[in-house]
Design a protein around this ligand. Structure first.
Ligand code: COA
Length: 163
């Protein structure tokens, strides 16, 4: 039996979410500031998204992982059709390999379906073999590459569950 849950972010969770995303991304780019002031969720179009969602994994009431997922219609490989897009997924190191990453991606897929889209996409740096393997294990397949030169990313997708 699992002792953790995955659910949508609430207002009260925001400090914990900011702490977790800082652990993943470390830094202060535009999305960091927008997460802190709330505009990442309220004005997703500023970041190229139609909708932006955050799902948290919690154990004993404490946030230990998250996934950020957006709805986008600018992914060339999908020809303008809206798709869910994993912007980032993170599980605290001591809680990894317990199935939380899979549960977060499943929740992101369910969120995507609720937005009316039929596929979830994600990208990974080509050298990040651990992340590529994780994605493949949770149902993604590589479909190509995005970006150029230093920004090159492996693009992956998986179908989302039926409603
Ligand atoms: C990637 C990450 C989210 C995985 O979370 P997790 O909770 O450990 O994942 P799970 O336990 O649900 O594992 C799901 C599957 O992926 C596999 N997997 C997980 N981490 C892996 C790794 N580092 N290397 C290879 N396979 C891995 C598991 O074995 C499992 O496969 P199985 O069910 O077939 O046995 C977590 O390691 C993490 O936060 N890493 C740092 C941030 C990161 O790289 N994020 C992705 C890019 S934004």
């Amino acid at each position: 039996m699992t002792s953790w849950i995955v659910r949508a972010l609430s207002d009260a969770d925001r400090p914990a979410w900011i702490g977790l995303r800082q652990a993943l991304w470390m830094g202060s780019d535009a999305t960091t500031r927008a997460a802190a002031d709330g505009t990442l969720l309220s004005e997703p179009q500023r970041f190229g998204a139609l909708v932006y969602g955050v799902l948290l994994a919690l154990e004993g009431g404490r946030a230990i992982g998250f996934v950020e997922v957006s709805l986008r219609d600018d992914v060339e490989e999908f020809g303008g059709r809206p798709v869910g897009y994993v912007e980032g997924v993170y599980v605290e190191p001591r809680h990894q390999r317990r199935g939380l990453g899979r549960a977060l991606i499943d929740a992101a897929a369910a969120w995507t379906r609720a937005q009316g889209a039929g596929a979830l996409a994600s990208d990974v740096m080509p050298g990040n073999l651990a992340s590529i393997t994780f994605h493949q294990r949770v149902g993604f397949s590589i479909i190509g590459e995005t970006g150029e030169d230093q920004q090159r990313q492996v693009l992956l997708t998986r179908p989302v569950p039926p409603a």
